[in-house]
Write a protein of this length. Structure first.
Length: 247
C-alpha cells in the first residue's frame, strides 16, 4: 500500500485540499478549479464536497460561488487560470496538463496560467496526476475564447491569402510551410503550442506577392512530441495549420 508523509496529510493551500482514498485506492475525486483575471477580476478555488466541487470567482472584494460547471468563457486577450484541488501535496505528484488530450509543453505545475489568451486556448482541459501508486485524471473543463473584438480575419482563402497544409505531417525532422499572399506585405510565420504560447518564429519579413516556402526544423529540444500550430499573420489577417510533431 502506498503511504504519504503524515506531516503533509493535514496541509491545505488555496488550490489543494485533502481527499480520503477509498478501499479501492482508485477513486480520488479531483476537480479543476477555474480562475481568470480580466479587467481586474480574478478567481480562486475553495474546498468543496466530494460530490460537488465548487468554484469561486473573485469580483472586487467579494467572492461569488459558482455551481459545479464544465464550461467557462474567457475574453480574448484576458487571463485564464486553472488549478487542481483535492491534492495532498504537490511533491507527491507528477502533474501534466492537457488540452484536447494533447500535452501542453512545460505545463507541469499545480496551476496553469495563460496570459493574453488567443483563440487557440479554446478547448477541453484536463490534468493528470501520477503518484508512486497510480495515475489519475481530473474532470474536464471546456474553455471558450470570445473573439468578438479581435478584429482579425481568419477565413483561410480571404482575399487571396493561403497557408497550405504542413508537409510532412506528422513531422519528425523538418517541415515545409508553403503560403501565398496577393500583394507585397509583412508576413510573420510562427509556431505556437496547443494553447497559443509562442514556440518559434519561422519568418518575419516583407515578402512580394506570390507563393513562398519556409522550413522548420523540429530537432530543437524545446519542441516535444505533441500538437502545434503554424500561424500565418499579416496586417488584419491570420490563419493557421496544425502540425503534429513525433520524435
Amino acid at each position: 500500500m502506498c503511504m504519504e508523509d503524515a506531516r503533509d496529510r493535514g496541509q491545505k493551500s488555496l488550490y489543494f485540499t485533502s481527499v480520503q482514498e477509498d478501499s479501492l485506492m482508485q477513486r480520488l475525486l479531483l476537480a479543476i478549479t477555474v480562475a481568470f483575471a480580466v479587467a481586474g477580476a480574478t478567481a480562486t478555488a475553495v474546498a468543496a464536497g466530494a460530490d460537488a466541487p465548487r468554484l469561486v470567482r473573485w469580483s472586487g472584494a467579494e467572492p461569488s460561488v459558482l455551481e459545479p460547471s464544465s464550461r467557462i468563457m474567457v475574453r480574448q486577450g484576458g487571463q485564464l487560470r486553472l488549478g487542481i484541488e483535492n491534492v495532498v501535496s504537490a511533491k507527491y505528484h507528477e502533474i501534466t496538463w492537457y488540452k484536447n488530450d494533447q500535452p501542453i509543453p512545460g505545463a507541469t505545475g499545480a496551476v496553469l496560467v495563460l496570459d493574453a489568451v488567443e483563440d487557440f486556448a479554446s478547448g477541453t482541459y484536463t490534468a493528470s496526476l501520477r503518484t508512486p501508486c497510480a495515475e489519475r485524471r481530473t474532470a474536464a473543463v471546456t474553455v471558450a475564447v470570445d473573439e468578438a473584438s479581435a478584429g482579425i480575419t481568419s477565413t483561410p482563402l480571404a482575399a487571396g491569402y493561403r497557408l497550405e497544409a504542413i508537409q510532412p505531417n506528422p513531422v519528425a525532422d523538418k517541415a515545409t510551410i508553403r503560403f501565398s499572399v496577393p500583394a507585397p506585405c509583412k508576413v510573420t510565420l510562427r509556431v505556437v503550442d496547443v494553447v497559443g504560447n509562442a514556440v518559434a518564429t519561422i519568418l518575419s519579413a516583407d515578402v512580394p506577392a506570390g507563393t513562398h516556402s519556409s522550413e522548420f526544423i523540429v530537432s530543437n529540444p524545446d519542441i516535444v512530441s505533441t500538437l502545434y500550430y503554424v500561424v500565418l499573420s499579416t496586417q488584419g489577417f491570420r490563419t493557421s495549420q496544425p502540425m503534429m510533431v513525433v520524435k
